[in-house]
Design a protein around this ligand. Sequence first.
Ligand code: COA
Ligand code: AMP
Length: 642
Amino acid sequence: MGEYINQFTASINDPEAFWGKAAEAIEWSKRWDRVLDDSRAPFYRWFGGGRLNTCHNALDRHVAAGRAQQTALIYDSPVTGVVEHFSYAELLDSTAKLAGALASLGVGKGDTVVIYMPMIPQAVFAMLACARLGAVHSVVFGGFAPKELAIRIDDAKPKLVLAGSGAREGNKIIQYKPLLDEALRLSQHQPEAAVVYQRPLAPAKLDNKRDIDWNELVEQASPAPCVDVEANDPLYILYTSGTTGTPKGVLRDNGGHAVALRWSMENIYDTHPGEVFWAASDIGWVVGHSYIVYAPLLTGCTSVLYEGKPVGTPDAGAFWRVISDHGVKTLFTAPTAFRAIRKEDPEGEQLQRYGLDAFRYLFLAGERLDPDTYHWASKKLKRPVIDHWWQTETGWPVAANCMGIEALPVKAGSPTVAVPGYDLRILDSDGKELGANQEGAIVIKLPLPPGTLPTLWQDDERYKESYLCDFEGFYSSSDEGYMDEDGYLYVMGRMDDVINVAGHRLSTGSMEEIVATHPQIAECAVIGAADGMKGQLPLGFFVLKSGNNADPAKVTEELVAMVRKQIGAVACFKQALEVKRLPKTRSGKILRATMRKIADGKDYSVPSTIEDPTVLGEIAEALAEAGYPSLAPANDSNPHYS
Ligand code: COA
Ligand code: AMP
């Protein structure tokens, strides 16, 4: 651990020197006054006084430095049969034009813009155009239903909404425009305009007086220049699930973000200017923000924007085809994608059809990487498979095997060690630091490094409450786990009601809020149960109101429809079980963690605070009848694997 230890120690002992040096890789119009401002701790600020523009660093500077003809973005869309290449000059052109169009509608520095778009190049233009104007974008994942979009619109209060008219999901065409109209009917805040990009696969009626046709608007616009912002001015808001139904608006600044992402590309991903990077995710998630859009472009790489799935578009060879066609060096996706590929092509026969000469690394994150999937991917790909751990809040990896610094030995089941900048610790519930192999809360000693969330959008209090109050002086990740004697981290799972479904972060709390509104239900709980394909799936329990003899199957059907309508298909809420009672503590708290263990077939102890232990038997019976824990991943019941 030579070079890694050197870098890690330098970053913790003298963060100002470490990040000040990293910041030299970014073009600033004015150098910062201080690298780290701790005068308002626990609110830390990086590069205060510095001025820059993120879009300039992602596009203009590369064009000026000779990368004009290099491909910046490859749009590969098996669902429409289109492959398009955009050089840095072309991407700059399209972005500047769109920025001019947005400016013509009055969008300027500090204004918010909601982007509700599928995986098309225009979505990337939109994010960068906002950055160009100093406006703050908030991308909402296309799989969310109108109500979720409305919640985000009410919180971000956008001047404009930018939308695509629709997308293809499997065999379905999803019309986005009616979803947007419904969201704007539900939201209190009304944007001044909705700019809609028409896709031939899903033409939309622009029949509302706020609707504007994207192409017509852009045609009339002149390109807009970059607007300088202060390092701590906001670049974007990305809403993420918390314990309650109200999502948290994670805020990202401009300066620290650019510095950290630029650093991460070479040091963590070992991917350099001119090389091809592919994050197979969606721009609606943090992986898409950081590693489809910003980091590869800030680095002068070629980024792949893939509008397809790992399987079914058209087959389980889709990823190998993209890697081969575009000379991808580094692929980043979620383990669930590999489980999907493995299920369809267990022998990896599809791999033989493609040349993967340029392919060097597979990085996986977003959910726990089960050892079976790790071993399968390593064996079939014969390349390093790197598990790494981070969160929407941090914006870039917290624990990883930093391939650009030093390749450390892999331990299956561990995302390796703390990345330079992150002082990772494990604490018990009293805040006492735990030793090697002792399980507790995974926390990061403040200050967090650049690029991580400085606060929540217009909600300093919630930021403090959510992340800083559990352990004074530390950021609480809400994940639990342990570190071994070599400092390798093992992430065991969330301590709150957040679940991970196919790498998508969702709140069981928000599902519970919906289930509870069913008129025939007295009380309910929603937990995340292990699933061999998607990692976790939500599972509901409900108690019918007394004297109510409703058909449980019909109630379940109604609940499934309610959650799908209110959160969206992405919630994957497909199962709810009727029970006579829910297990509770004497003070009335539902014992969700114990229910989760029963569902997953794990050992559990009966909590001493339980009101009536016999209820647990009833829950186990209901679960067994419904086929649980047969959905848990095979051969992986013990999380302390090696
Ligand atoms: N717009 C509208 N609907 C969407 C959507 C979008 N952008 N994305 C997903 N959905 C829908 C799906 O069509 C599906 O609907 P259904 O219930 O009618 O079938 C539902 O939401 C659940 O989607 P998902 O959980 O993604 O399941 P899937 O079967 O469509 O695909 C995987 C499963 C594993 C192939 C896919 O989730 C995947 O590739 N995941 C890994 C990569 C990734 O996106 N990671 C995220 C963070 S790194
Ligand atoms: P998101 O904010 O959507 O990126 O989800 C973050 C959460 O996903 C984390 O808090 C973890 O619970 C989980 N997660 C992400 N990466 C990993 C990983 N490599 N191993 C285990 N859990 C992970």
